[in-house]
Design a binder for this molecule. Structure first.
Ligand SMILES: Cc1ncc(COP(=O)(O)O)c(C=O)c1O
Length: 358
């Protein structure tokens, strides 16, 4: 037994403390931990030839249709970079919202690791439309312009908003007419399914999405995301791209078994639905506080607000969260699968108290 397990005294953090900085701050859901333990012991073939990864294909086909192929990877940036490379030739570019994670939060990985040019479009709410797509989808055949051969949208978006199934269909139809392929960054796809009340395939496979990055980490996994190919005729060679992008896990059974636990029953919906419900609770309570403005629609598990900067800074001494926009003072509050009603109520009481000191 190691020192770490021998005594509680070595626990490095207070397990009762939860903030609103990110859904990545949460720990691992107990059912996921149990699944990892279940897959432990004994030997399994490495690099994805194991029985858990084989079974995972059935799990993903049940959710995304008979043609779906599932490729587990370590993280969301890796999933996006692998998926996008499969959509583009070396001269290709991907159109995305300016606020897209691939543009603002991946350290340039799509450009550096994937060699991909990003063509971005400002949006009011983090969502592309066919009209917004057209702002960058031009110059086909002109060798002086990186060829806009793919589009990437995020569901739910980085700004906490949702696309309806019809809105995604409008984008895929338009993109396909232009000869472009469509990627969905589904880091929070489960939050979208819970919020829309739709099966996962209803706003992906069934509306023409070609490939997606399916998130697990933000929804209770230890780590892991899955590149899900929905259109294998057009999206090929993921297994080679995954390896050369350093996203091929040798002990893949431990990634795969987590997704099996998440998706074989309703855990993905329970976790995501709970996170969404906590965001709604926070929104409803904060709307009643004078001087605090909710500045974006709350459609998934994120709440964006503007309040006096000194109030935010005082709150941050007790609750972690980030400024989203340093210039406007906009902050982002994220809820996760383990956020409790008491966490929300305590945070709201703290906001009320601090606003009273303004
Ligand atoms: C929209 C979106 N995509 C992808 C990711 C995954 O990124 P990471 O590489 O940190 O797992 C995140 C995480 O914050 C995200 O918000």
């Amino acid at each position: 037994m190691t020192d770490l397990t021998r005594t509680d005294a070595v626990r490095r953090h207070d397990p009762a403390v939860r903030g609103f900085a990110s859904d990545n701050y949460a720990g691992v859901h107990p059912e996921i931990l149990a699944a990892i333990a279940l897959a432990n012991d004994g030997h399994q073939i490495a690099y994805g030839e194991d029985d858990y990864t084989a079974h995972l294909q059935d799990v993903f086909r049940r959710h995304f249709g008979d043609k779906a192929e599932a490729y587990p990877v370590f993280n969301g940036t890796g999933a996006n970079v692998v998926a996008l490379q499969a959509l583009l030739p070396r001269w290709g570019a991907v159109v995305a919202a300016e606020s897209a994670h691939i543009n603002v939060d991946e350290g340039g990985a799509p450009e550096k690791m994937g060699g991909i040019k990003l063509l971005t479009v400002p949006t009011p709410d983090g969502k592309l439309t066919p009209e917004l797509l057209d702002k960058q989808a031009w110059g086909f055949g002109d060798e002086h312009r990186a060829q806009p051969l793919a589009v990437s949208i995020t569901q739910s978006t980085e700004l906490g908003t949702l696309y309806t199934a019809d809105e995604i269909r409008a984008i895929t139809e338009h993109a396909h007419q232009l000869g472009m392929l469509v990627h969905v960054d589904g880091s929070r796809l489960a939050n979208a399914a819970a919020a829309l009340g739709l099966p996962l395939r209803a706003f992906t496979t069934d509306v023409g999405v070609d490939v997606l990055s399916f998130g697990g980490t933000k929804n209770g996994l230890l780590l892991g995301e899955v590149v899900v190919v929905l259109n294998p005729e057009r999206v090929r060679n993921i297994k080679f791209l995954r390896k050369t992008s350093m996203q091929l896990a040798s002990k893949m059974r431990f990634l795969s078994v987590q997704f099996e636990a998440l998706l074989s029953g309703d855990l993905y919906l329970r976790n995501a639905g709970h996170a969404n419900a906590m965001a709604s609770r926070l929104e409803a309570a904060v709307r009643g506080i004078d001087g605090v403005e909710i500045v974006r629609p709350v459609q998934a598990n994120a709440v964006f607000a503007i309040l006096p900067r000194e109030v935010s800074e005082r709150l941050q001494k007790h609750y972690r969260f980030y400024f989203w926009n340093e210039h406007t003072g906009e902050v982002r509050w994220m809820c996760s699968y383990d956020t409790t009603e008491a966490d929300i109520d305590g945070f709201v009481a703290a906001i009320v108290e601090e606003m009273g000191r303004v």
